[in-house]
Design a binder for this molecule. Structure first.
Ligand code: GAR
Length: 211
């Protein structure tokens, strides 16, 4: 199983969804580390309670020294033998050097149907725009913010009277469904990128079925 780190900054509900999927020994990724850039991230306690190793690299301690911050993160990832990185509510923009280092092995979940509404406050902006469909996207990370080949998306309706919180909760339920699925495709080596688009191939036949 591919040793995977989940990077968080807060609540960690997507992290919890990934942990719960990875509890199945047949799941192709093992969550070997939960790394937070904030010591007060609630997700850290959830991870520790689930018996998963945790680490904190406080971005605040680096005062704009992004290279130093990322070097400290890289050291933690290396120390835990990580081969795949999943951003789950990780609220720092990564440098092109970091993204390049992890190219094809760095995945993110974003709470909108990209390329609509990159950035922050996606639910507020979806409501302000009057869209009838909203949702979430799992994508490989490339250098631009909230850009990169799309692995999975799920759409939800925007309902009359929706508040940002109500819409966020409807989207979040879909995030918890599609993120474990998309991470599994990547960890199983089923994702190819061609001309900037991700192709998900069929699962390899299990050895037993070939006999
Ligand atoms: C999720 O909705 C995630 O898509 C979003 O933050 C939330 C984190 O919740 N990510 C971003 O906005 C990335 N820019 P969680 O900590 O409970 O998974």
């Amino acid at each position: 199983r591919l040793r995977t780190a989940v990077l968080i900054s807060g609540r960690g509900s997507n992290m919890a969804a990934l942990l719960s999927a990875a509890r199945d020994p047949a799941y192709p990724a093992e969550i070997a580390l939960v790394l937070s850039n904030r010591a007060d991230a609630a997700g850290l306690e959830r991870a520790a309670a689930a018996g998963v190793p945790t680490a904190v690299v406080e971005s605040r301690g680096f005062r704009g020294d992004r290279a130093g911050f990322e070097a400290a993160m890289q050291a933690e990832l290396a120390r835990h033998g990580i081969g795949l990185v999943a951003l789950a509510g990780f609220m720092r923009v990564l440098t092109p050097a970091f993204v390049e280092h992890w190219a094809g092995r760095l995945v993110n979940i974003h709470p909108s149907l990209l390329p609509a509404f990159p950035g922050l406050e996606t639910h507020e902006r979806a409501l302000a725009a009057g869209v009838r469909l909203h949702g979430c996207t799992v994508h490989l990370v490339s250098a631009g913010v909230d850009e990169g080949p799309i692995l999975a998306q799920a759409a939800v309706p925007v309902l009359p009277g929706d508040t940002p919180a109500a819409l966020a909760a409807r989207v979040l339920a879909e995030e918890h469904r599609i993120y474990p699925a998309a991470l599994a495709w990547l960890a199983a080596g089923r994702v190819r990128v061609e001309a900037g688009r991700a192709l998900v191939t069929e699962a390899a036949a299990p050895a037993a079925s070939l006999i």
